[in-house]
Design a binder for this molecule. Structure first.
Ligand code: FES
Length: 84
């Protein structure tokens, strides 16, 4: 069971988990805010909407398309406010 870091907090998830699932299991639903301040989070779950973006080890990625790997450091998109 890999352990990753989400916003500086250690999280352990089952093998094969996507980073999006790890975020949602940790309570993160709003991953960023629109320019108008509306909450935005994962919509499609298949790599199309881009609403699940987060920063992993310095790179912005679509978390629904990214499997968890041990030791990843995940941070939410800078500049937004989040619901957790
Ligand atoms: S949830 Fe739509 S691209 Fe990831």
């Amino acid at each position: 069971m890999p352990e990753l870091w989400i916003e500086g907090r250690a999280v352990t998830v089952p093998d094969g988990t996507s980073v999006l699932a790890a975020l949602q299991n940790a309570g993160y639903r709003t991953l960023r805010r629109s320019l108008a301040g509306e909450p935005r989070g994962a919509l499609c779950g298949m790599g199309v909407c881009q609403e699940c973006r987060a920063v992993i080890d310095g790179r912005t990625v679509r978390t629904c398309q990214t499997p968890v790997e041990a030791g990843q450091r995940v941070t939410l998109v800078p500049g937004g406010s989040h619901d957790r």
